[in-house]
Write a protein that binds this ligand. Structure first.
Ligand code: AMP
Ligand code: ZN
Length: 114
């Protein structure tokens, strides 16, 4: 399967790792949209949020959120604040079909996000 995040997970494509606990890893986004832009990615290939197994993957999604918060603390965003974003499928703006949670911070975020 030609999936860039699987390749990063397998060490076959370079990435700037912030954290890796085996189930979930965090890498700097290659095209940052904020001064800090980190992706929280599960090792397991799941194409989109709508492909999650409601029972088996529940813990994994919880772990992705708690990992994002851990990373936010690690990069000193916990006091300033940050934004977590999930893009899902075409109209949700998803471009890589392997689920990932965006951690964005280091500037004032706007609402609505556009
Ligand atoms: P999305 O548009 O929500 O699917 O997010 C995909 C993100 O992955 C984008 O922000 C891309 O900049 C980022 N991205 C794509 N390829 C890589 C890569 N090889 N290393 C790091 N980030 C990447
Ligand atoms: Zn994948």
């Amino acid at each position: 399967m030609d999936c860039i995040f699987c390749k990063i997970a397998e060490g076959k494509s370079p990435a700037n790792f912030v954290l890796n606990d085996g189930d979930v890893f965090a890498v700097r986004d290659a095209h940052p949209m904020a001064p800090i832009h980190i992706l929280i990615i599960p090792q397991k290939h799941i194409a989109s949020l709508t492909d999650l197994d409601g029972t088996d993957d529940r813990g994994l999604v919880g772990k992705m959120v708690s990992t994002a918060v851990e990373v936010a603390k690690k990069v000193s965003l916990s006091d300033r604040g940050f934004r977590l974003v999930w893009n899902c499928r075409e109209e949700g703006g998803q471009t890589v079909d392997h689920i990932h949670l965006h951690l964005l911070g280091g500037r004032q975020m706007k609402w609505p996000p556009g």
